[in-house]
Design a protein around this ligand. Sequence first.
Ligand code: DQA
Length: 176
Amino acid sequence: MGWSGREAAPLGVFARRASAFADALLALLARVRRVRIAVLNGVNLDVLDRRDATHYGGLTLSDLESRIYAWSKEFECTTRCRQTNHEGQFIDWCHDALDWADGVILNPGAWSHYSYAIRDAVELFKAPVVEVHLSKIEAREEWRRVSVIGDLATKRVSGEGPEGYRTAIEFLASKR
Ligand code: DQA
């Protein structure tokens, strides 16, 4: 049995329309909301400018982070950069990012090659994870060619220098 314009619509019809409207609104909000990105740099990246410039380019961590923030702005993301030399701190920040980040960029430095504790933390992410290395780890010493988080990463970037972080941000922004 149908209902004419004059009669009151059954409650179920209103409920379905309201729910479809709410779904459309939520989908729209998800598209316009800025993607939140956690950037975690690990051990020895605080002294980037003192390390071998042929691999790391000679820029300071602060230069690198300024570029990351500029690229985030370009891709309309909200980004938080952190660096630590302490593995437990790095893991705590991974746990923290579980609660708010839409995407994660990780450069754990040398931990990438052997830290199963960091691997276990990375395994918890449901959000996409991009593993970034400034240098081309695949073309360096044997021990650097192994990454214990590599198979967990949604995307891996190495050998692009600072631009690798731009590639990562662009990738995460495209996932919104
Ligand atoms: C690095 C590569 C690692 O092998 C190294 O231990 C680093 C930096 C990179 O960004 O190229 O500390 O992760």
